[in-house]
Design a protein. Structure first.
Length: 388
């Protein structure tokens, strides 16, 4: 009697980004939670020390190279010059390993887009940002996505609307919110971790902002709100968690100059990069997400999962993540006075904060648990694979 060997469908999960961030963390979450008995996954990334290649137990292939997302004009031109060679290499890889489906964890990955089209390999693209919507090439982008993709995953309805505006076929778009591990990000007894770690007075309430130092994240608004808040002589300290990339050194210097100019050196602390975010979230009183633009940020989800309320600007996917008045507050962008007033309101209203803490944890578990995200991804994979 012959052996019945079940061959698992081979999926190439490609991430082109060379700067670690939210999309890579989402990708790692997906890979860790995917059903290992259903799929044979190969991870493709620009380098072997890419966080995704290092953080997952699935196979990493060094044969996949130069699928990277260009970081500047020089790299973009280099990518265009090398694009034909890279596409041919990836096409050979797809055929050699009989890849059944490609999942690109970024919308700007021309190598996988075109290689998938040439080899007629089903292709899923994961759109984590809104940058495409402001590009002069946005309609060309929409046309390429339509031609080269079977499904487009949007991390929020805000992203889905922008995709439709640039001509992407609505029938191909699936909205799937980002997910976080609610077992790691969970409420604990309120601690003094941040106070002790960063030398903040124990009696001070802490208002935090957690993100890479990037103008899109709205640090200027956060610092301006701090300026207005300290005028009320309240015991509130402002914490900026995160560091700059090599491209944002001037931006960090600009923020430091703002703090000096406003006389906030004793009221605002830069922590640099931190890896114990769940501990910080459980020791601060309030998280601020003052984004200029944001498709579907992770930190508010992590904060709510820890039971910490969020104040966010009304941009992109923020209002989808944070229901107004339930787990936090949504305010107009570019209004530091209103942000300051909102901070003071929540810090002083202990009963409202207690309700929001309870609501935030329940909301995060119901809407943003990582298992929900992975279930959605598996459903997309299965639908496409069943049609082959």
């Amino acid at each position: 009697m012959g052996n019945n060997i079940h061959i698992l469908p081979k999926i190439l999960f490609a991430d082109p980004s060379q700067i670690p961030g939210g999309p890579q963390q989402v990708g790692i979450t997906i890979l860790k939670n995917l059903n290992k008995t259903k799929y044979d996954l190969i991870v493709g990334s620009p380098t072997e020390d890419h966080p995704m290649a290092k953080s997952v137990s699935f196979r990493y292939s060094p044969e996949i190279y130069n699928i990277g997302k260009p970081k500047n004009i020089k790299e973009f031109l280099g990518t265009l010059i090398n694009l034909p060679v890279n596409i041919i290499s990836l096409c050979k890889f797809i055929k050699k390993y009989n890849i059944d489906l490609i999942h690109s964890n970024n919308e700007i990955c021309f190598t996988t887009l075109l290689a998938a089209r040439i080899t007629k390999t089903p292709h899923v693209i994961h759109v984590h940002g809104l940058g495409f919507s402001n590009s002069i090439f946005r309609f060309i982008f929409g046309a390429i996505i339509n031609i080269c993709c079977d499904k487009i995953i949007a991390v929020s309805n805000a992203v889905a609307r922008k995709l439709i505006e640039v001509g992407v076929d609505q029938k191909k778009i699936v909205v799937s919110y980002n997910g976080i591990d609610t077992n790691i990000f969970k409420p604990t007894k309120k601690t003094q971790y941040a106070h002790t770690q960063f030398g903040i007075a124990k009696e001070s309430s802490i208002v935090g902002m957690i993100s890479a130092l990037d103008p899109r994240k709205g640090h200027e608004l956060f610092i301006k709100a701090a300026k207005y808040t300290i005028r009320h002589n309240l015991k509130i300290h402002f914490l900026i968690v995160g560091d700059h990339s090599q491209h944002q050194i001037e931006y960090k210097h600009h923020l430091i100059e703002m703090i000096d100019e406003f006389g906030l050196n004793n009221h605002v602390t830069f922590t640099g990069y931190q890896n114990n975010i769940h501990k910080i979230l459980n020791s601060i009183d309030l998280l601020i997400q003052p984004s200029v633009t944001d498709a579907g940020p992770l930190v508010p989800l992590e904060s709510m999962s820890c039971g910490t309320p969020v104040i966010a600007t009304d941009v992109g996917g923020n209002p989808e993540e944070i229901p107004q008045g339930y787990t936090g507050l949504i305010i107009p962008p570019n209004d530091p006075v209103l942000l300051s007033q909102s901070i003071i309101k929540l810090i002083q209203d202990k009963d409202l904060m207690l309700k929001m803490r309870h609501n935030a944890r329940k909301w995060a578990k119901t809407k943003f648990d990582s298992r929900l995200l992975t279930d959605n991804i598996e459903a997309i994979y299965d639908e496409i694979l069943e049609q082959q």
